[in-house]
Design a binder for this molecule. Structure first.
Ligand code: KG4
Ligand code: ZN
Length: 350
């Protein structure tokens, strides 16, 4: 299998327009997309399980896997139909193999393996985090090198993207991810999952009146993030107010938290720009949809001469188009196809 796949890869490598069918199932979105040459999305089908998990206040892994099984066939069909493609038009299959929920990932990985085998197409294994970064190539002319701030529900890091295949970690969270803090703070405020967009909405009605903890690192220290102290501070604040029978000023809490969370992200990016000397900055991951975060980076573009990139909003949160984009640039950089022994991984090194 591996041998015949690599022969096909050479064929795919030569063609001028490479169409990749990509599959993503790492968390609670079953997604498939057809992407041409890494930047043009021909279709982007997403079956979201948000409504199913909402009543539990977060993603239930076992329920996620079962719903991926139910959805995947239709989602892949939809992606092919919307792209007006049949298997003959597809040059390669790509799939997220990690990081994520193991049971959820296994559904996509096994489906993609079966499809690539049945169609006789090469299969490419894609890291979810690399996919989030590559979302910035969609409908864009962004090229490495650049600094990337990645903030999602599972990761918070600042990276140096040296070329399409070489990414160096400049700093990451010592505890929780930024998105996780948004989700937990939303939950304690009685807002539905996922919390990020809800906090953003509520914060518009509030003022940043609460002083909240933020990690501080000196200019000669390693860049890091920390969200567990901030998250615990908000949870304790709300519980203390409840115990005293006082009304919770939810909008002010949301606004103060958002300011603090965004400040931390921006500060780390600012340090990374200072240390690398690179003023080209891309923001990636679900939290990159945040309007306050984008406003801070937009301001830096105007006042500090940064060149700032974000993915289009629909490609910030989990989707398969970003997996197709990453797979294309990996192929261009000489990545080898995966064999039928490809396995899902709950964690993948950044
Ligand atoms: O990248 P993503 O879809 O999934 C992971 O790979 O984790 O990120 C999901 C996270 C959630 O924590 C969600 O609350 C957060 O992104 N998020 C936001 C916004 N939209 C989504 N956080 C802040 N502001 C938003 N507008
Ligand atoms: Zn994600």
């Amino acid at each position: 299998m591996t041998k015949s796949l690599s022969k096909r890869r050479k064929y795919a490598f030569r063609i001028s327009k490479m169409k990749i069918l990509a599959i993503e199932s790492s968390c609670d979105e079953t997604a498939a997309a057809v992407v041409e040459n890494g930047r043009r999305v021909l279709s982007n089908a997403v079956a979201s399980q948000i409504e199913i998990h909402r009543r539990f206040g977060g993603v239930v892994p076992e329920i996620a896997s079962r719903n991926h099984i139910l959805a995947i066939e239709n989602v892949v069909r939809q992606a092919l139909d919307e792209a007006n493609c049949t298997e003959d038009d597809i040059d390669a299959v790509a799939v997220t193999y990690g990081a994520g929920l193991l049971g959820a990932l296994l559904v996509g990985v096994n489906y993609a393996k079966a499809l690539a085998y049945a169609w006789g197409k090469p299969l490419y294994a894609v890291s979810h985090v690399r996919g989030h970064i590559a979302a910035n190539y969609i409908d864009s002319d962004l090229e490495p090198p650049y600094v990337c701030l990645l903030a999602s529900g599972g990761h918070t890091a600042v990276l140096k993207v040296e070329d399409y295949s070489t990414v160096t970690l400049l700093g990451q969270s010592r505890d929780d991810a930024a998105g996780e803090a948004f989700d937990k703070v939303a939950r304690v405020l009685g807002l539905p999952y996922p919390g990020g967009p809800e906090i953003q909405k509520l914060a518009l009605q509030g003022k940043p009146v609460f002083k909240m903890p933020r990690p501080v690192f000196k200019s000669d220290e390693a860049i890091f993030f920390s969200y567990s102290g901030l998250k615990t501070f908000v949870i304790n604040l709300v519980h203390n107010l409840e115990q005293r029978g006082e009304e919770i000023p939810k909008a002010d809490v949301a606004c103060s938290f958002q300011e603090c969370a965004v400040d931390q992200l921006f500060h780390a990016a600012e340090c990374a720009v200072g240390r690398t000397g690179m003023k080209k900055v891309a923001v990636a991951g679900g939290v990159s949809a945040n309007a306050l975060l984008r406003a801070r980076f937009d301001e830096a573009e105007k006042t500090r001469g940064w060149e700032v990139h974000y993915p289009p909003l629909r490609y910030c949160t989990d989707n398969a188009a970003m997996i197709g984009a990453e797979a294309y640039f990996a192929v261009q950089s000489g990545a080898s196809p995966a064999g039928l022994d490809l396995d899902a991984k709950a964690t993948v090194r950044l």
